[in-house]
Design a protein around this ligand. Structure first.
Ligand code: SF4
Length: 362
């Protein structure tokens, strides 16, 4: 699988929990940014046959109709073989024309930032769309034949109750959305919520809510395939590339690429990016770094890590090398080996961080 990530950093508003690389939308800057993106594309040896393309942000759909068309034209030479072409959307930045434009240009997966269907909570986290706007938008997209729709939902929001979470899941089920990413609110530095000293769920509560969500959502017929991701329609092929630790290209401010054992990191400074100074660092990953990162990503997946693949990729006897940590967590009932894959058990996912620390120490 070969994959391309494209970062569009503009947002119409700033959410109180967000630490992504973003700036307020400004039409002139957006045009300058698209020109800088065209420059980066020209300078890079991008493939002609990506199987997944993911336009993320920021909020890519803050771009005007003309700017979106310009972006799709830029990406067209790389999209001929694409199987999954995704774009991130916030409901308030979209209209029928922009949706039709996405469809015409081959986009077949929408990832919608919903977060919750409760209006009072949306206000508290600084979102500017309403619940009915989100629902209407999802239904409109479904009517236009977008089958592959993801929504992002969050738990642990200020003043959110478990009842709110149950209602969000019920709405998800009624809307028959094909995929959901369900994240716990993480308080990152330099976010508005952190600055006002919001206290998130403690670890115990977080684990309890997570457990409830996983169980309920699976009762609605969603299959969990990663720590925070569930599908009814199909998993995200693009995100699977990250979790399988395969190479990918990334373009745009703050985007990363993984290529032949190197992590290439673009600048996070929009000013630098607009001056065509895009690359900030080229980190050569040791075999040990790569081995650990592969374990870290692979154990997030319900399927787990292929032992045979680990042996071949890293020329090791994987089970032997990590025997101590694997046995420890097998005995605790948190890791298991099924059909040649090492994976976390249903309860083991809650202890993934501890498991990974032990892998790192081994
Ligand atoms: S969460 Fe999304 S929409 Fe909100 S500020 Fe961050 S990137 Fe923009």
């Amino acid at each position: 699988m070969s994959s391309l990530y494209v970062h569009i950093p503009f947002c119409k508003h700033i959410c109180s929990y967000c630490d992504f690389c973003k700036v307020f939308y400004h039409e002139k800057w957006a045009w300058q940014y698209l020109e800088a993106l065209a420059y980066e594309i020209q300078q890079k040896d991008l493939k002609q046959d990506y199987q997944t393309i993911y336009i993320g942000g920021g909020t890519p759909t803050t771009l005007t109709y003309e700017q979106l068309q310009y972006l799709f034209d830029l990406l067209k030479p790389f999209a001929y073989q694409v199987q999954e072409y995704s774009i991130e959307i916030n409901p308030e930045t979209m209209d029928h024309e922009k949706l039709a434009l996405c469809l015409q240009n081959g986009v077949n997966r929408l990832s919608i930032g919903v977060q919750t269907f409760q209006d009072d909570l949306l206000k508290k986290i600084g979102r500017v769309h309403t619940s009915s706007q989100a629902k209407a938008f999802i239904q409109e997209a479904q009517n236009m034949d977008f089958q592959d729709i993801n929504i992002d939902l969050m738990y642990g929001l200020p003043d959110q109750t478990l009842e709110d979470v149950y209602q969000d899941m019920e709405t998800l089920n009624q809307l028959n959305v094909g995929h959901v990413s369900y994240y716990s609110l993480i308080l990152e530095d330099h976010t508005i919520l952190k600055n006002i000293n919001y206290q998130p769920l403690d670890d115990e509560e977080d684990a309890k809510w997570y457990e409830i969500i996983r169980q309920q959502i699976q009762q609605y017929g969603y299959k969990q395939y990663e720590v925070s991701n569930f599908y009814r329609f199909k998993p995200s092929l693009h995100n699977l590339v990250y979790w399988h630790y395969q190479d990918y290209d990334g373009i745009g401010v703050s985007a990363h690429s993984l290529k032949n054992g190197h992590r290439l990191e673009n600048t996070k400074s929009l000013t630098r990016y607009l001056k065509h100074d895009f690359l900030a660092s080229d980190i050569s990953l040791t075999l040990q770094d790569q081995l650990f990162e592969k374990i870290m990503m692979g154990l997030r997946l319900n399927q787990g890590l292929s032992i045979e693949e680990m042996n071949q990729l890293y020329r090791i006897d994987f089970l032997n090398q990590y025997q101590k940590v694997i046995t420890k967590y097998q005995q605790m009932g948190f890791l298991e080996i099924v059909d040649g894959y090492l994976k976390t058990t249903f309860s083991g996912i809650n202890y993934l961080n501890n498991i990974l620390i032990d892998f790192l120490d081994e």
